[in-house]
Write a protein that binds this ligand. Structure first.
Ligand code: ADE
Length: 262
């Protein structure tokens, strides 16, 4: 294990959910020592014969709520008072929306602990108490409700792991991919040059790297304007130069003032 590995502890009542994290590039990152990921069963920290983790909600209502005691014991074990605190990440539909920017933030941390809620969620006092000792971030994948946080952790860890140093062979692919510059990526093609009557755009076969780069930038701009106008509106000031504006204008897209070069 290298000294720079990201250490991740995941607490869940379904540790088996995380089997996919043994596979493919995440599995390789773990084998290479870039990612040190340990999954824990929350029931390890129960003391009754039924290994109870949930109870009925105060105030009534449907479903069950996760009791605070097992979570308190789990976090005490995984974030001991005599060590630098990890960042606690709690997947929840009520969290802030997960994004590439947050993936970069999490990839830069030395230690993460994920707390996977199930049922109607975790007793609110667990997060309030944890926040006294460590940074707590509730993260939502999107505006829909999952059974629990497990799948969200797999999604978040896939996005984070590919940003860890040495995981992707080609660092350029990080720089060019969708969302890296606040734009969607241009379409990609491989062989054969013609397939079912659809041809690869001639310019990509021209060998003219300057024109190819411009074409990709234009495609990224046009795709983003058509599919995700919210991303164009959110570009930082000066993100679009005169050529970019001409590309968008030529295709009939109105460019909000924010992204325009001065
Ligand atoms: N748990 C339940 N729903 C979720 C969501 N949308 N995102 C993250 N975690 C969740």
């Amino acid at each position: 294990m290298t000294g720079t590995a990201l250490r991740v502890d995941v607490v869940s009542i379904f540790p088996e959910y995380f089997a996919p994290l043994e596979l493919s590039l995440i599995g390789r990152a773990r084998a290479a020592g870039v990612l040190d990921l340990v999954v824990h069963d929350l029931r390890t920290w129960t003391h009754d014969v039924h290994r109870t983790v949930d109870d009925t909600p105060y105030g009534g209502g449907p479903g069950m709520v996760m009791r605070p005691e097992p979570w308190g014991a789990a976090l005490a074990a995984l974030a001991p008072a005599d060590a630098p605190p990890p960042r606690l990440v709690v997947p929840s539909p009520a969290g802030t929306r997960f994004s590439q920017a947050l993936a970069y933030e999490l990839a830069a941390e030395p230690r993460l602990v994920f707390a996977c809620g199930r049922y109607e969620g975790i007793d609110e006092r667990v997060l309030a108490d944890a926040a006294l000792r460590m940074p707590v971030t509730e993260v939502s994948l999107g505006d829909y409700v999952l059974f629990g946080g497990e799948v969200a952790v797999i999604v978040i860890m896939e996005a984070v792991t590919r940003l860890l140093p040495g995981v992707l062979g080609n660092a350029d692919s990080l720089a060019e991919e969708s969302h890296a510059h606040g734009l969607l990526e241009a379409p990609v093609y491989t062989k054969p040059p013609s397939w079912r009557g659809h041809d690869v755009p001639e310019i990509l076969r021209s060998g003219d790297h300057g024109r190819i780069a411009r074409w990709r930038r234009d495609q990224a701009l046009l795709r983003t304007a058509a599919r995700r106008p919210d991303l164009i509106a959110a570009l930082p000031p000066g993100a679009l130069d005169k050529r970019d504006l001409a590309t968008l204008d030529g295709a009939g897209f109105q460019v909000p003032a924010a992204g325009m070069a001065k």
